[in-house]
Design a protein around this ligand. Structure first.
Ligand SMILES: Nc1nc2c(c(=O)[nH]1)N=C([C@H](O)[C@H](O)COP(=O)(O)OP(=O)(O)OP(=O)(O)O)CN2
Ligand SMILES: [Zn+2]
Length: 149
């Protein structure tokens, strides 16, 4: 049976700031992120299986990505916890804002590495993460490929 890639797309609104960056993105600002998740596997061949013909049910993939990423990042502001931005994060959090502290600089590159680890841990054994594409602006995106790593 052939290996087939399938892709599901997601979107979420997230704020961030790049501490120490030498451009405008050191300021707190936000993006409408678009995330494409591609997995690879063999379509289920047992005719009596409810998921016959599917690599993974799109809705099962959606549940994983929603729980691990979309529901966590959507309408949150992400800060690098290893910077003085923790103080700003605490102030915002104390005032009821949705804040997310991460252990990395929240660039699209680092976010896509984080997302890949989280999704890989949740996929069934016979399905592999093929690639992720995280679009930050209309003209900027980062990609993670299993074959590169
Ligand atoms: N390699 C990276 N460079 C930059 C990142 C990043 O995640 N990785 N992030 C930013 C900013 O957060 C923001 O995304 C600005 O990106 P940029 O493409 O520069 O945005 P513009 O609106 O200026 O894009 P144009 O389409 O060129 O107007 C900065 N760099
Ligand atoms: Zn940005």
């Amino acid at each position: 049976m052939s290996n087939i890639r399938i892709t599901k797309q997601f979107s979420f609104e997230t704020g961030h700031a790049l501490y120490g960056y030498d451009g405008k993105c050191r300021n707190v600002h936000g993006h409408s992120y678009k995330l494409s998740v591609t997995v690879i596997g063999t379509p289920i061949s047992e005719k009596d299986n409810a998921k016959y013909g599917m690599v993974i049910d799109f809705s099962d993939l959606k549940k994983i990505v929603k729980e691990e990423i979309v529901d966590v990042f959507d309408h949150a502001t992400v800060f690098n916890k290893n910077t003085p931005h923790v103080e700003l994060a605490k102030e915002l959090s104390d005032r009821g804002h949705q804040v997310l502290l991460v252990n990395y600089q929240p660039t699209s590159e680092m976010m896509v590495i984080d997302f890949a680890e989280k999704i890989k841990q949740r996929l069934p054994q016979n399905i592999n993460l093929h690639s992720l594409r995280l679009q930050e602006t209309a003209t900027s995106f980062a990609e993670w490929y299993a074959s590169d790593n």
